[in-house]
Design a protein around this ligand. Structure first.
Ligand code: ATR
Length: 288
């Protein structure tokens, strides 16, 4: 029951109709008997400032920010977590006594799912990331903060991979190398890789019959991760499985970024297994 004591959490972005977050959080607030409500609010970029003023006057304890507002939101914050600052994007905000603090849980959420589902330990390992957009930036920067050995970033547009690697090498540490998807050494580099990660939208509905690289380049010692979760099993993941590669699907990253946000807002441990069940139910319903 929503009452005057209900703590509100918003999701800010546009469009939000397909987001799994509201149900994933609300079902579990109810299960845990927590008086919280997660409310999706579709808002234009130019209206974010006024929305924040309103939220401060209401019972909002925080919010998620999604595409296309993860960068725009930074100007409204009072404080920013150092990792989110380096990434240059925020997906989770906590409101305390009218002050806003921003975090980025995307990279850590991804690494949580690699560790838990892929049984991967990041330390001393080599990563091959396809894509150099916002999602790649969060994951690559977060990995660079850990004790990984090396990150290769392969992108269709070399300039963006160059910029991202330069940022990582300058602001975190010297561990990133840019390349194109047609690089002549790509096969050799994939052979040395522990984890290959797709951060592009290739394979996402409706382009479900595409893969971001030619999968004949994979061998079964490489763990293959995809951040795409619609469909839950992309063509990349399906073909990697057939080769015998361990795989990590995008659902885990989605759930774990939400779990970390839950912990920031509530200070409690997130019910990750239950959150996964909520998401799996939504996926099945959507397929019907
Ligand atoms: P996000 O914030 O979701 O990462 P983005 O910043 O728009 O989104 O980045 C999209 C990434 O997917 C980029 O690396 C993009 O490559 P370019 O930098 O060359 O645009 C990549 N991408 C999207 N569609 C692609 C396609 N059809 N083939 C290869 N890469 C693609």
């Amino acid at each position: 029951v929503i009452d005057t004591k209900t703590k509100l959490i918003a999701l800010i972005g546009k469009p939000l109709g397909h987001s799994f977050s509201p149900r994933m959080h609300n079902e579990n607030f109810i299960k845990l008997g927590l008086n919280y409500y997660y409310l999706p609010i579709e808002v234009k970029k130019e209206d974010i400032g006024e929305l924040i003023i309103g939220m401060k006057k209401m019972n909002f304890v925080g919010f998620n920010v999604t595409i296309p507002n993860k960068i725009e939101i930074i100007r409204y914050l009072d404080e920013i977590d150092p990792l989110a600052y380096k990434i240059g994007a925020v997906n989770t905000v906590k409101i305390t006594n009218g002050k806003l603090k921003g975090y980025n849980t995307d990279g850590d959420g991804f690494i949580d799912s690699l560790e838990k589902e892929g049984k991967i330990i990041c330390d001393h390992n080599t990563f091959f990331i396809i894509g150099a957009g916002g999602a790649s930036r969060a994951i690559a920067m977060t990995l660079a903060e850990r004790r990984i050995k090396k990150i290769y970033i392969a992108n269709r547009t070399l300039d963006r991979a160059n910029d991202l690697c330069e940022d990582i090498n300058k602001n975190i540490r010297d561990c990133a190398t840019p390349m194109t998807l047609e690089d002549k050494n790509i096969q050799e580099i994939i052979n040395q890789t522990t984890v290959l990660i797709n951060t592009t939208s290739v394979g996402m509905f409706p382009s479900t019959n595409e893969t971001p690289i030619d999968t004949t380049q994979l061998k079964n010692s490489v763990t293959v991760a995809d951040i795409v979760y619609n469909p839950p099993e992309t063509k990349l993941i399906r073909e990697a499985k057939a080769i015998g590669c361990p795989v990590v699907s995008g659902i885990g990253m989605f759930i774990n970024q939400g779990a970390r946000a839950f912990e920031i807002w509530t200070g409690m441990q997130a019910p990750i297994l239950e959150m996964r069940k909520s998401v799996e139910r939504m996926i099945i319903e959507r397929q019907q």
